[in-house]
Design a protein around this ligand. Structure first.
Ligand SMILES: Nc1nc2c(c(=O)[nH]1)N[C@H]1C(S)=C(S)[C@@H](COP(=O)(O)O)O[C@H]1N2
Ligand SMILES: [Mo]
Length: 320
């Protein structure tokens, strides 16, 4: 987020590629994917690398989806923040192609009964996948509309039986400098850590995402498993999760550690509270190239009706 100059440079000239055409061309290149859910799980491993992301089996959740037109597959997969793979928006797409999101394990620790190490298959198996079209608002004041595929985070967390002491949940990204070249430098403290208050984590809008545009998650977007909390700034959406820890006290999160006056723990999208170095009142909607639109930023990124009650009585200037 120090690289604000890169914000001025648009990455791709091909924003005009029609979404459907782009996706079907990819599917074609992938050699005709179209697997049932069970097969998808079994073939998760094969779905990366040479053959491109596999198609997922999911149902659309219209009630939880924005009606705005999604950004193109290309925008969503080439304009990314993922500092483990570099700080430019084009770096993750370029530098993550050799990343292996399988085999994959998630370690569950802290204030819960069912602790231990779970394979990706263990994690995913009980959860039917849904498509949800969500607004993504980055703290750097740009936005996109993304058709994620995932399942409610709360349904996963409940399975580990958190104790009454669990007031927060902390998430950790993989630490593997061999695979993640950005981790060889000190641009952030590694591994990347994020967290939520338990009531936020249990809110039905918060999801674990495993794909987008109906396909398994591209590496640059956080394969194989990443968090999406649509009413918060994008940096809460931690990628490539290998750790889930239930805690009594608020986790020390990466961006809040790196600049506590700039990035708060809550990070609720709030047009009334500016970042110290820029306004949060409006956002640049990616997708128009030179003609990216400026839009007003909405409180809680437009999800206020659903989530504002989580923060009633809190001073959102203090708890930003
Ligand atoms: N591990 C990890 N997760 C991360 C980041 C990161 O640098 N590392 N960047 C965050 C930020 S600032 C944003 S805006 C979103 C971007 O998600 P996207 O690339 O899928 O659009 O990922 C978030 N998750
Ligand atoms: Mo972000």
């Amino acid at each position: 987020m120090r690289k604000t100059s890169h914000e001025l440079a648009r990455i791709v000239p091909s924003d005009i590629t029609p979404h459907d055409k782009y996706v079907s061309r990819r599917a074609l290149l992938a050699g005709g994917v179209g697997l049932a859910a069970a097969q998808t799980l079994g073939r998760w491993g094969e779905s990366f690398g040479q053959s491109g992301p596999a198609a997922l089996n999911y149902t659309r959740n219209a009630a939880f989806s924005a009606t705005d037109a999604p950004n193109s597959y290309k925008d969503i997969t080439t304009y990314n923040n993922y500092y483990e793979f570099g700080t430019d928006k084009s770096d993750p797409a370029q530098n993550s192609q050799g990343f292996r999101p399988q085999p994959w394990k998630v370690t569950v620790s802290g204030e819960a009964e069912d602790l231990g190490s779970y394979t990706l298959e263990d994690i995913l198996k009980p959860h039917p996948l849904e498509e949800r079209i969500y607004r993504l608002r980055c703290v750097e004041a740009w936005s996109m509309i993304v058709p994620w595929v995932g399942f409610p985070l709360g349904d996963l967390l409940k399975r580990f039986k958190p104790t009454s002491k669990a007031k927060f949940v902390e998430f950790k990204t993989l630490y593997d400098p061999k695979q993640m070249p950005g981790q060889r430098g000190r641009v952030l403290e590694w591994p990347y850590v994020e967290g939520l208050r338990m009531d936020e984590a249990m809110h039905p809008l918060a999801i674990m995402a495993v794909g987008l545009y109906g396909k398994a998650m591209p590496n640059q977007n956080g394969a194989p498993l990443r968090l999406i909390v649509p009413w918060k700034y994008g940096f809460k959406g931690i990628k490539a999760i290998v750790g889930i820890k239930f805690t009594e006290t608020a986790p020390r999160t990466t961006w809040a550690l790196s600049a506590p006056n700039e990035y708060g723990f809550f990070a609720n999208v709030n047009p009334a509270v500016d970042h110290p170095r820029w306004s949060q009142a409006t956002e640049r909607h990616i997708g128009g190239g030179l003609f990216d639109q400026r839009r007003p930023t909405l409180p809680f990124n437009g999800y206020g009706a659903q989530v504002a009650s989580l923060y009633s009585g809190m001073d959102l200037r203090k708890f930003f």
